[in-house]
Ligand binder design. Structure first.
Ligand SMILES: [Zn+2]
Length: 285
């Protein structure tokens, strides 16, 4: 089983996680810029963080044979902090980097006017830089948050097929299904979606435009829940091809719209040495 985790915060994870993920079949991932738990007090703090997302973290991932990509943005929660908002002016410089495959996480936390403004401004940046957008949806008042999210996405003029609306569940999936946007689901150990609930949604809505992620971060979370979902799909009778579509080909197609994914030497997982990430077929070149 080859796995592309389209949303995971590796900065918060250990090398043990990288090791276990590589052994479980995770060959590539996307790490979205987000809130660190501890509030930042200046835009300069973001600069160091963004630099680590496109420099240090890909290096760390590479040691375990995992291909690392990033999305860059001012996250919804810190959009409310006047000390952080100048980071919006720094984003264009990062959105030009090859390691950056989307604008994100953007969207709503508490649905304030400040969040409205940062969300719209960053969707405009996605359009200007010809990048997809990763949109976080609020954990409280979810249905209203998703409705408002979709209205802002529609108003921005970004093509819906270049947007993933993330952290969906049984209620909010219905709101997004017919909009043309991609649907993201975060599988968590004890909140949000579980592997078995995810399997039910895949049965009901099919595998098109569906993305499954672990969203593992500094909270209680599990980077192997993508693999667990693949196994639950298998037990439920989904074919290997269905599993490969959801866990590999879909995220490759979505983030591939950036024009910056190069997974050519990962396409056959057997050809990559999980310890070094070197392509055996190409002699590690
Ligand atoms: Zn996240």
């Amino acid at each position: 089983m080859r796995i592309f985790d389209p949303h995971i915060h590796m900065t918060s994870r250990t090398t043990d996680d990288y090791e276990r993920m590589a052994a479980a079949g995770v060959r590539a991932l996307v790490e979205p810029a987000f809130w660190l738990g501890q509030p930042r007090t200046s835009a300069a703090s973001f600069t160091d963080y963004f630099d680590s997302l496109i420099g240090w973290e890909p290096f760390r991932a590479g040691q375990f044979g995992v291909r690392h990509h990033a999305t860059i943005a001012l996250n919804p929660k810190e959009a409310n902090d006047a000390r952080c908002r100048p980071v919006l002016d720094l984003l264009p410089r990062y959105l030009d980097k090859d390691a950056v495959v989307a604008v994100g996480e953007i969207g709503y936390d508490s649905m304030t006017p400040e969040e409205d403004e940062a969300f719209a401004a960053q969707l405009a940046l996605a359009v200007a830089h010809d990048l997809p957008a990763l949109v976080h949806t609020p954990h409280r008042d979810k249905a209203r948050g998703v409705e408002r999210t979709l209205a802002v996405v529609a108003e921005s003029g970004i093509e819906p097929g270049r947007v993933v609306v993330d952290h969906l569940n049984e209620v909010t999936v219905k709101l997004v299904r017919d909009t043309g946007c991609w649907l993201g689901f975060s599988i968590y150990p004890d909140t949000k979606m579980t592997p078995s609930r995810m399997v039910e949604l895949l049965r009901e809505y099919g595998t098109e435009r569906m993305l499954v992620n672990s969203a593992a971060d500094w909270g209680r979370s599990d980077p192997l829940l993508t693999r667990a979902t693949g196994e639950a799909m298998s037990t439920a009778g989904f074919s290997d091809d269905d599993i490969d579509k959801v866990l590999w080909r879909n995220p490759v197609e979505f983030y591939g719209q950036s024009g910056r994914l190069d997974l050519s030497d990962l396409e056959d997982p057997a050809a990559v040495d999980p310890q070094t990430g070197n392509s055996i077929l190409r002699g590690g070149s």
